[in-house]
Design a protein around this ligand. Structure first.
Ligand code: ADP
Length: 457
């Protein structure tokens, strides 16, 4: 029943009760012939209804106070169910509605928290740095990648403006432009040794007003390094191709100009042209090998499970190595134990690896010996390529695996080298999951050590 009808009923009941009590008192006084009005009856007729009304309103107030506290609790984020009574009056109905409102708000808050957690997880897992600023340019969010990029020690609370994070005033100015209406902006910034590309996008309200901006930072150092490497590679290749071509062109022109008439000159020039042509051929072959390796050809060998044996691969190149070594009077000592386990590598690739390293050993050794030793490990086979040659200076040892790097350019060219052999070897070895290292002493000799993964039998 509604409070309105309860109060009306209470009022009518209490008025009736007062009148009844007063009437009973009056009747008793008339019957008993009493002249005085009975004060006790009047008091009872007034106090009894007053007491009942007081009791009922106190109960009402207590229920309303409970409601008031419950509302405050909901506002603080405590969504525990409210239970006042099973009454169906307005307060009872209000309690039911407040409980349903509380559940609804709890759901919205939970969804909001989940969305925020999801967003946080996405931002934390991003490779790109993300920084958000509000409409006046104050930093409101910095994800973990942005902290890594800027190597920032401070927490986001210590940080107020973008400049304190990036130390780049131009980026700050661009952000201000975006905040004042420019659609978006890009800028590449340099942080220590790294190059970072930043893209600023505005955050707009439904009415198209600027509410802040999001800046995404992308570390492009590796990309730029690869671009530079590619450009350098193309320049190097062009240079390497141009040198023999210029030489060939020059000698052909000289021959055409009359040198062909002189048999000794003609033969000498033709021999030079032949040597340069061979050099060009080797260079193109090496470049094709690099192109194959970069196309993950040797990784494909790992996937397809190609295997090979060192002895078989060596047998293929033995005549080439023996003939060059014999011509220089160098002894080639190959010590391969019987039953060497197979390697995860195609035989052609392994032959080329042995050829490149043994050919180098013979090429850079004036006299003495060259050796190939093998040692079986639990997971790897260790191949050692040694020589008693000229050796390599310690400080440039790490550079010899770079493309086109030669310790002595003229000497390498004179020997028909392309400067690509070792970089090809390193690519092959690392492509199958192995490693290569070098140790050398100037004037004493060089040892290359390859650890190649064994294939499971
Ligand atoms: P190249 O075609 O010039 O031999 P490589 O990539 O095979 O190119 O080798 C790079 C450079 O490393 C060579 O020019 C040479 O100076 C040096 N080098 C390689 N192997 C040896 C070795 N066994 N002894 C001394 N120097 C070597």
């Amino acid at each position: 029943m509604s409070i309105k009808w309860r109060l009306t009923g209470l009022f009518l009941g209490m008025t009736g009760l007062s009148i009844l009590l007063f009437w009973v008192g009056e009747s008793v006084r008339l019957v008993s012939g009493e002249q005085r009005i009975d004060v006790g009856v009047i008091l009872l007729a007034l106090l009894l209804p007053a007491g009942v009304v007081y009791f009922y309103t106190s109960q009402l107030i207590r229920r309303m106070e409970k409601l008031h506290f419950a509302t405050q609790r909901i506002a603080r984020g405590d969504f525990e169910h409210i239970h006042l009574s099973d009454s169906t009056d307005e307060i009872g109905q209000f309690t039911v509605e407040l409980n349903s409102l509380s559940r609804h708000v709890e759901m919205i808050v939970q969804n909001g928290t989940q969305e925020a957690q999801k967003m946080e997880a996405i931002l934390a897992g991003m490779q790109e740095g993300v920084v958000a600023v509000d409409h006046v340019g104050r930093v409101v969010l910095v994800n973990a990648a942005a902290e890594r990029i800027f190597e920032r020690q401070k927490t986001v609370r210590d940080l107020e403006y973008l400049l304190e994070l990036t130390y780049d005033s131009e980026l700050e100015q661009l952000t201000r432009k975006v905040l004042s209406g420019q659609p978006s902006a890009m800028r590449e910034i340099q942080i220590a040794q790294r190059i970072v590309q930043s893209k600023i996008n505005p955050i707009l309200s439904g009415q198209g007003q600027s509410r802040g901006a999001v800046i995404v930072f992308h570390d492009v150092t590796e990309l730029r390094r690869l671009e530079k490497m590619r450009t350098e590679f193309v320049a190097n290749v062009s240079h390497e191709l141009r040198t023999p071509l210029t030489s060939i062109k020059g000698f052909v022109e000289t021959l055409l100009d009359g040198a062909a008439e002189d048999p000794s000159l003609r033969n000498r020039f033709l021999e030079i042209i032949q040597a340069e042509t061979l050099r060009l051929q080797r260079l193109i072959e090496d470049l094709l090998t690099i192109a194959h390796l970069e196309g993950h050809e040797n990784r494909a060998e790992v996937r397809t499970g190609k295997v090979s044996y060192v002895q078989n691969a060596y047998d293929k190149i033995k005549p080439v190595i023996q003939s060059v070594a014999q011509a220089k009077g160098i002894e080639v000592e190959v010590d391969l134990p019987e039953n060497l386990p197979p390697l995860i590598m195609g035989e052609d690739l392994l032959s080329q690896l042995l050829l490149n390293l043994l050919e180098n050993a013979v090429k850079y050794t004036a006299a003495g010996r060259v050796w190939l030793h093998a040692q079986v490990g639990p997971k790897f086979l260790r191949l050692e390529f040694g020589d008693t040659g000229c050796g390599i200076p310690k400080d440039i040892l790490p550079r010899i695996f770079e493309r086109f790097y030669r310790v002595d350019k003229a000497r390498s060219r004179g020997q028909g080298g392309t400067g690509l052999g070792l970089s090809i070897v390193k690519h092959m070895v690392e492509g199958v999951g192995g490693d290569i290292s070098v140790d050398s002493k100037l004037g004493v000799g060089t040892v290359f050590t390859c650890n190649l993964p064994r294939a499971k039998l």
